[in-house]
Design a protein around this ligand. Structure first.
Ligand SMILES: Cc1ncc(COP(=O)(O)O)c(C=O)c1O
Length: 373
């Protein structure tokens, strides 16, 4: 007898509709595919959306973090205090400037930078702090701001989040970097944006993303070192169309998160993402659980895959990656909270179109695999 086909549930799936298709086609028909009008339009709309004075569109979140670090003055030999529990890009960009990432441990509940540990790591060589709003949870900013150092916020996973004072992430005036890879809250295919508080900072980022060209200069005249970190008009048109639907996209993710919370509530010793509270709200990006201690995560992932359900470890600790170990001599045990989260974290399927039935299927499968079905 032929087994009936099991519907595959992917980890992520972007929501692209007719409006996005039309917006991209319009740019293609216009012939103005880059350095055109969609770039400033996208920037203005995005800045307004997160209540930031300015925004600069760039080719990726990584590019945005790199330019933001340069804009706050990080250079060779400097130290930047940051989280080891992040996507590797937030540490790599520090190395691009020949500065040193100084990792400190995270808070066990929010999984964001522990402010006390950050304060203790500051030396006379520290020129910036790079908190990561991991899994869309806003880092508590006030204790970091009290240290009086420039801050670059990695908000690549945190579109739609609110800080503890209720303001929108990206509106604080520090450069804050968002990313638009297809698994993110909204997508431009590849892409990113930096929100900033001051016009000169935007001007510097705009120049450096375009080979160091000043805004009013002639073509091929460059007054500083720059990069090609531009975002095309095709991508910006897609971004504008996604922004139009952002409330719908964020709402669908938040509803999926509520369903997961209910469906997984009965599984003992599993840890769910911390709930909103104290004014802070998550911008839902991934739904990541911490498996009970002692559970074989790889076996769990395999068992889920056999049931047609995608999942993955998310995230590994940066300081324990082979490149960082070899370069800086990091060893297990340095950041126990991060290492514990990295060893147990599992991202489950999560995207706007995830149905109630799919959430129920994932939860039932996980419960059965953990022997609690
Ligand atoms: C926390 C974090 N930082 C940085 C990045 C880098 O963004 P991008 O992949 O657009 O370069 C990502 C995206 O995956 C991220 O999740």
């Amino acid at each position: 007898m032929k087994a009936s086909a099991v519907e595959e549930i992917p980890l992520a799936r972007p929501s692209i509709g007719a409006a996005e298709e039309e917006a991209v086609l319009e740019v293609l028909r216009s012939g103005h595919l880059s350095l055109g009008p969609r770039v400033p339009e996208f920037e203005t709309r995005f800045a307004a959306r997160v209540r930031a004075p300015h925004a600069s569109a760039v080719s990726s979140g990584t590019a945005g973090l790199h330019l933001a670090l340069r804009a706050v003055g990080v250079s060779e030999g400097d130290e930047v205090v940051t989280s080891p529990f992040s996507f590797v890009a937030s540490a790599n960009v520090i190395l691009y400037e020949r500065a040193r990432p100084v990792f400190v441990d995270i808070d066990p509940v929010t999984l964001t930078l522990d402010p006390g540990a950050a304060a203790a790591a500051v030396t006379e060589r520290t020129t910036a702090l790079l908190p990561v709003h991991i899994f869309g949870w806003p880092t508590q900013m006030e204790p970091l701001e009290a240290l009086g150092l420039p801050i670059v916020e990695d908000a690549c996973e945190a579109l739609g989040a609110r800080y503890h004072d209720g303001r929108l992430v990206g509106s604080r005036g520090h450069p804050a970097v968002f990313a638009f890879y297809p698994n993110k809250q909204m997508t431009t295919g590849e892409g990113g944006i930096v929100t900033v508080g001051e016009a000169p900072v935007k001007q510097r980022i705009d120049s450096e993303r375009n080979q160091g060209r000043a805004p009013n200069m002639d073509w091929l005249d460059h007054d500083r070192l720059g990069f090609n970190y531009r975002l095309s008009d095709i991508a910006c048109a897609l971004g504008i169309a996604q922004l139009e639907r952002l409330d719908e996209l964020l709402g669908a993710r938040a509803r999926a998160a509520v369903r997961y919370r209910e469906a997984l509530a009965g599984i003992e010793e599993i840890e769910l993402p911390c709930p909103d509270g104290g004014g802070a709200a998550r911008g839902w990006f991934v739904f990541t659980v911490l498996l009970p201690r002692g559970v074989d995560r790889d076996a769990t992932i395999r068992a889920l895959r056999e049931r047609g359900i995608a999942s993955k470890p998310y995230l590994p600790a940066i300081h324990l990656m082979s490149f960082y170990r070899e370069r800086f001599g990091h060893r297990p045990g340095e950041f126990p909270v991060c290492e514990d989260a990295a060893a147990r974290s599992l991202a489950l399927p999560f995207f706007p179109g995830l149905s109630e039935g799919q959430v129920a299927r994932v939860a039932a499968a996980l419960a059965a695999i953990l022997g609690q079905g």
